[in-house]
Design a protein around this ligand. Structure first.
Ligand code: R5P
Length: 284
């Protein structure tokens, strides 16, 4: 096996190749003066099972991924497994208004075109996997987030909505604590309250887990409500830390700790999903 990574996932590619004891290919990635990408794989990939790792955010990293796939396919390889740690455009997985694309489908079709199989990590909705024309599997970074939380000993794991409750359940199962999800309760015509469905927040050390933190709006609203209800501490964790528009600073105001994984490298990255990718690749 040989590992190729694009510039969005270089560190994760290095961690993964160390874990599986495989070579991390030497890849040159540059930009032309007009901004277009140039990639070149310096190792011979003939006869190899190739694992390509590259998140597709921001957009330029998606282009890099397509160029790397094309370069890899120029060799006489056995198989190309494309690992997309953060699969961009996953939140537009349906048409919300007439005239819109199903962006997740457009991305999946292109990624699948030159892969023999695809692995994603905590994709926004697993139903997106049906858009790939090749075998596609989603794995989770939540077990690694749970391991990180073991030493912090949260007493309750909370999902910000019902859709994310599977993630909270996974983390709580490893830590062996309670879990719940938030529900919006309408107080009157103008006010809504976000509260755990069945667990009280009073005096609890709460870890809120989600797939993505982008603007931070979801976590901030949840954290404020939980603090108002008497939570002692609020930790926030996500697989994919986009942290747009000053989200990191805003989150610091309401959360005692924010952590994310290396699917997108950022200052809060303290967890690696490398071991989860290894588990999946070695199964095959
Ligand atoms: C939404 O369905 C996702 O699971 C996240 O909750 C959302 O993308 C987070 O975005 P933001 O940080 O902007 O609230």
């Amino acid at each position: 096996m040989i590992v190729v990574s694009g510039s969005a996932s270089k560190k994760l590619g290095e961690s993964f190749s160390k874990e599986v004891n495989a070579k991390h290919a030497n890849v040159v990635i540059k930009r032309f003066p007009d901004g277009e990408a140039y990639v070149r794989i310096m190792d011979n990939l003939d006869g190899e099972n190739v694992v390509l790792i590259q998140s597709t955010y921001p957009d330029q990293n998606a282009i890099e991924l397509f160029l790397l796939q094309d370069a890899i396919k120029e060799f006489k390889i056995k198989k190309l497994t494309t690992v997309i740690p953060y699969f961009g455009y996953s939140r537009q997985d349906k048409k919300f208004n007439e005239g819109e694309p199903i962006s997740a489908r457009a991305m999946a079709k292109h990624v699948g075109m030159m892969s023999d199989e695809v692995i994603t990590i905590d994709i926004h909705d697993k139903s997106i996997l049906r858009f790939f024309d090749v075998n596609a599997k989603d794995i989770s970074g939540m077990p690694q987030i749970a391991k990180y939380f073991l030493k912090l000993k949260p007493t309750v794991i909370i999902a910000p909505d019902d859709g994310a409750s599977g993630r909270a359940k996974t983390v709580a199962g490893i830590i062996k604590c309670r879990w719940d999800y938030l529900e919006k309760k309408r107080i009157d015509g103008e006010h809504v309250e976000i509260a755990p469905k069945s667990v009280s927040a009073k005096g609890e050390k709460i870890a809120i887990v989600d797939d993505i933190i982008a603007t931070g709006g979801t976590i901030i609203a949840a954290a404020k409500q939980l603090k108002q209800q008497g939570a002692e501490k609020i930790f926030a964790a996500c697989t994919h830390g986009l942290f747009t528009g000053g989200a990191t600073e805003k989150l610091k105001g309401v959360c005692d700790l924010v952590v994310s994984t290396d699917t997108i490298e950022n200052p809060t990255t303290n967890v690696s999903v490398a071991k989860e990718i290894v588990k999946e690749i070695l199964k095959q």
